[in-house]
Design a binder for this molecule. Structure first.
Ligand code: SF4
Length: 362
């Protein structure tokens, strides 16, 4: 196994496109060979994007936590009658956008619950309000689930919704709602969400009309290693076709306050080994992605730093007003000072650089 692994890693570093079986082999490594995989991924990262660690100054605006869906991994959404429901109106959203401007953010990120009264117009209105208040700030918002929901509510095609959102100010779309792109798993964790095929179709539509998106995976719940590989293979195939993904963001499952965990349908999140391997295997397998992000919100800053020396080159955002992971039970998710990012990057022998949403250096 030792020799086989080393040969595979050498081949990949020399340009061999890793097969799905090979990725599966790497995900199953449980001994000190994970350091060899991490080292190979780190080398790939250095060759592909250099030594900078990037971050974006961003703020969330979650418009509402009321949601018609009941995803098993979600600790954020509320149903009518629950305590703590909120819905921000124009005034409140523009106040938040003004605050974002004062905080000198370059990106406002909005993803919300699927409000029972929302339609395509509601999403577009929100982007217009943000654009009015903070015209220079990039709006990174929605995801394929929200686009599908808006389309259904407004009797429009998803392509029409994307075009309308784009006109209203949407600069790039979140590649969330992907969770695991395997329908059997989706049925267990988010049965009301769009299918794998729909997610892929909407992402491709966005890319085709010039809306870049991120790509994500949520792992560490009830998926298998095969499911993770299938997911990565779908992302790689899309990227080959469209080149529309800006980055890959592995999202480690936060389990504490989720129905899935309470009902014993999911385990208590990924382990450190799995977090590390997810970043490293992604860097090695996704040979057509430039940027691999580690989420300090999901993994904590110490594990995120290890991700930086296992293939990742980006620390995500400052995340003013994070509330989705907080809802699921994560702590210290609201804002990370770039000074702390710099300490962590420099400690790993790297330089921190600020970027825009689309990875232009500021
Ligand atoms: S993950 Fe999104 S769609 Fe699912 S319940 Fe939570 S807010 Fe609603």
């Amino acid at each position: 196994m030792k020799e086989l692994l080393q040969t595979l890693l050498d081949d990949v570093k020399n340009g061999h496109r890793m097969s799905e079986d090979e990725a599966l082999l790497l995900f199953n490594v449980r001994n000190r060979q994970i350091w060899e995989i991490a080292a190979a991924a780190d080398e790939m990262r250095e060759n592909r994007v250099g030594n900078a660690v990037t971050y974006v100054r961003n703020q969330n605006i979650n418009v509402t936590n009321l949601c018609v869906n009941s995803c098993g991994f979600c600790g954020f959404s509320k149903k009518p009658g629950d305590e703590g429901i909120y819905f921000h109106d124009k005034n409140e959203i523009q106040k938040k956008a003004n605050l974002a401007k004062k905080r000198k953010v370059s990106e406002i990120c909005t993803v919300s619950g699927l409000h029972p009264d929302f339609n395509a117009h509601s999403y577009c209105e929100v982007y217009q309000w943000i654009r009015e208040a903070a015209p220079d700030v990039h709006i990174h918002a929605s995801n394929p689930m929200e686009v599908a929901y808006a389309a259904k509510k407004s009797h429009m095609s998803t392509r029409e919704v994307l075009i309308a959102m784009n006109k209203a100010g949407l600069g790039s779309m979140c590649g969330t709602a992907a969770e695991i792109l395997v329908d059997d798993v989706r049925k267990k964790i988010c049965a009301q969400k769009i299918s794998t095929d729909e997610w892929v179709r909407i992402i491709k539509e966005a890319h085709a009309i010039g809306i870049p998106t991120t790509a994500t995976i949520m792992y560490g719940h009830c998926e298998s290693e095969e499911d993770r590989v299938n997911h990565l293979a779908i992302l790689r195939e899309i990227q080959d076709e469209t080149h529309g993904f800006t980055e890959f963001v592995p999202l480690s499952f936060i389990h504490m306050n989720t129905p899935l965990f309470r009902q014993k349908l999911a385990r208590a999140g990924a382990t450190g080994r799995e977090d590390l391997l997810m970043v490293a295997v992604a860097r090695l397998f996704l040979d057509n992605f430039k940027n691999i992000q580690v989420s300090w919100v999901k993994e904590g800053i110490k594990m995120a730093q290890l991700g930086l020396i296992a293939g990742a080159n980006d620390l995500g955002g400052t995340m003013f007003e994070e509330s989705i992971s907080k809802g699921a039970g994560a702590v210290n998710t609201d804002y990370l000072d770039p000074a702390e990012m710099q300490r962590v990057a420099e400690d790993a022998g790297r330089t921190l650089k600020r970027r825009t949403t689309l990875y232009e250096l500021v």
